[in-house]
Design a protein around this ligand. Structure first.
Ligand code: NOJ
Length: 570
């Protein structure tokens, strides 16, 4: 999220917090007293970590890769923190083996990554050109993962649309993306589907639609307020459904895999659980977030509350039709039931209250839902400004998904916490606390009957964090971006997560407390290594740059001297 937008929202939130606290009629801590639950996960529960192509691969213009909208967006001034780009990022493109050894250290069951569309189809159009070198890279990654018994969970679209498709057609504003995306997915099924059994069509389409086409904080940076996000989402939902059907009719029998979508959403808790308006506002918040995509996919159409609110506001604006597009009845039945599992990305929670937006403020996605977001100032907020640690919200969201969408099979595709840029602290106790509490709430949800099959910690490495550049670090492993070799160092949370995986949960209080102590003990050694890093990179610079330069100079000088002597003789 971009700063200006965030600051605007943060001030709004703060004012409301002050007003409500003064009212003294609301107990902020009411939700915080849940006790810890010791126990283990069902057998076969899958533990993993994740990444995405643009955030980690680097090699943005290597081996025939085409440009993506993120390459172009980040190369414009003022779009990201310190104008950071993902040009080299973690250099993951060159470090398959290194990174898989980190996954082995953690004992992961699965690794979630995404395929860069322009790396394997430079213009995004299959008939133009398939880049075999790009195809080869993902083959090598998949093979190496399987060799180490790590299941690949592959996302087809983690935001890096080929730039040509944006320039020629307007990207997700244009209906033609549905067929182009389907061709790309089909190529992936064809080349990798013999080994990949878990496919995610889209990662967090909410962000693509809202931040890409409504607020413009993300690539392609369009600000089509009040319409852009709805239109993009409409095409994304149809593209998802088409790809699911393609897999279902052409590949499922042979390959026996699953196709799902990964939706992200905050939990929205009513400020006052006895106030009907707050209850409805909180429900609306969740429906405008996750329900926007999940309801068509599980029930065939947009949530009624979105149709009502956006329809009413469009009429107030004097528009003949709603800004929220509609599905024909054929489309509804085509879209309904197109997810073999649901991917869920979740990081944080908000308190929600009803707030009407006057028409003088314009018509936007954020004014359509008539809600105000609040935060409890006591919620821990270690990293990203928007990310407060509220573990119980995770359980509530999972229970909501269970009841709303008929208890689907769920994979948690993202959950984790960041830290601020300057902090090179590998003893990330707050991340340990976050994982411990969030994973525990997921365990409680499973005990309540929610069908969660796997969990993906976000993320394996520190990486490029979109408009925030490298200023927010989500990794279990610290990456030293100043060093051109991009070395990785384990944070204390690696030790902790590793033990959760090994025990498949939380055996008992004594052990879990012991893990935490041990994890924070080991990190000081890694800290020393990291502190020595500038020296190491200096020495590397000396051997790689200074020594060859001096040698070349010596040879040149000797040659000139020799020529001079020879001339003198003659
Ligand atoms: C969701 C996005 O999918 C992911 O790429 C990002 O790193 C996290 N949010 C954290 O902001």
């Amino acid at each position: 999220m971009m700063l200006s937008h965030r600051v605007g929202r943060a001030c709004h939130v703060l004012v409301l917090v002050l007003c409500l606290s003064a009212a003294e009629d609301f107990d902020w801590s009411a939700n915080n007293h849940d006790s810890f639950y010791y126990g283990t996960f069902p057998n076969g529960f899958s533990w993993g970590a994740g990444s995405s192509a643009y955030q980690t691969e680097g090699a943005w213009d290597k081996d025939g890769k085409g440009l993506s909208i993120w390459d172009v967006f980040t190369h414009k001034k003022g779009k990201t923190f310190l104008n950071d780009t993902g040009d080299s990022s973690c250099e993951g493109y060159y470090k398959i083996k290194d990174d898989i050894s980190l996954m082995k250290e953690l004992n992961l069951n699965h690794y979630r990554f995404s395929i860069s569309w322009p790396r394997i189809m430079p213009t995004g159009i299959r008939s133009d050109h398939v880049n075999e070198k790009g195809v080869k890279y993902y083959n090598a990654l998949i093979d190496e993962l399987l060799e180490h018994n790590i299941t690949p969970i592959v996302t087809l679209y983690h935001w890096d649309l080929p730039q040509v498709l944006q320039e020629k057609y307007g990207g997700w504003q244009n209906i033609s993306m549905i067929n182009y995306f389907n061709d790309f997915a089909n190529l992936c099924f064809e080349r990798y589907g013999d080994r990949v059994k878990y496919w995610i069509t889209f990662n967090n389409p909410w962000s693509v639609a809202v931040e890409g086409y409504e607020t413009g904080e993300h690539a392609p940076g369009l600000k089509l307020r009040g319409t852009g996000a709805y239109r993009a989402a409409h095409h994304i939902i149809k593209a998802h459904a088409k790809v699911w059907h393609t897999y279902d009719t052409q590949w499922r029998n042979k390959q026996r895999g699953m196709v799902g979508i990964s939706l992200s959403g905050d939990w929205g808790e009513p400020v006052d659980i006895t106030n009907q308006k707050d209850i409805e506002a909180a429900e609306r918040y969740v429906q405008f977030y996750i329900g926007w995509f999940a309801t068509p996919i599980f029930h065939g159409d947009y949530p009624q509350v979105m149709k009502d609110f956006i329809g009413r506001k469009s009429a107030q604006q004097g528009l003949g039709t709603s800004r929220l597009p509609t599905f024909s009845s054929q489309e509804k039945s085509y879209i309904k039931g197109t997810s073999d599992f649901l991917g869920v990305g979740h990081f944080t929670t908000r308190y929600i209250t009803q707030k009407s937006f006057p028409s003088s403020r314009g018509y936007t996605y954020f004014s359509d839902w008539d809600v105000a977001e609040l935060v409890d100032p006591r919620w821990p907020d270690p990293g990203s400004e928007w990310l407060y640690s509220v573990p119980w919200g995770f359980r509530r969201l999972l229970n909501f998904i269970k009841t709303q969408y008929g208890n689907p099979m769920i994979y948690i595709t993202e959950n984790g916490v960041s830290e601020k840029m300057m902090c090179t602290e590998l003893c990330d106790d707050w991340r340990i606390q976050y994982y411990k509490a969030y994973i525990n709430e997921m365990l409680k949800a499973i005990r309540n009957g929610v069908n969660v099959k796997g969990y993906t910690a976000w993320s394996l490495l520190d990486k490029f964090e979109w408009d925030e550049g490298y200023s927010e670090r989500f990794g279990l492993y610290y990456v030293d971006f100043r060093n051109k070799n991009k070395p990785r160092y384990p944070k204390a949370s690696v030790q902790f997560y590793k033990r959760i995986i090994k025990s498949n949960g939380f055996p008992n209080q004594r052990e879990v407390e012991n893990w935490r102590r041990k994890a924070t003990e080991t990190c000081s050694t890694s800290n020393q290594l990291l502190a020595a890093d500038p020296l190491t990179s200096h020495m590397e610079m000396v051997t790689e740059v200074v020594v060859p330069t001096v040698c070349t100079l010596c040879i040149l000088i000797s040659a000139v001297f020799l020529m001079f002597l020879l001339r003198k003789r003659n």
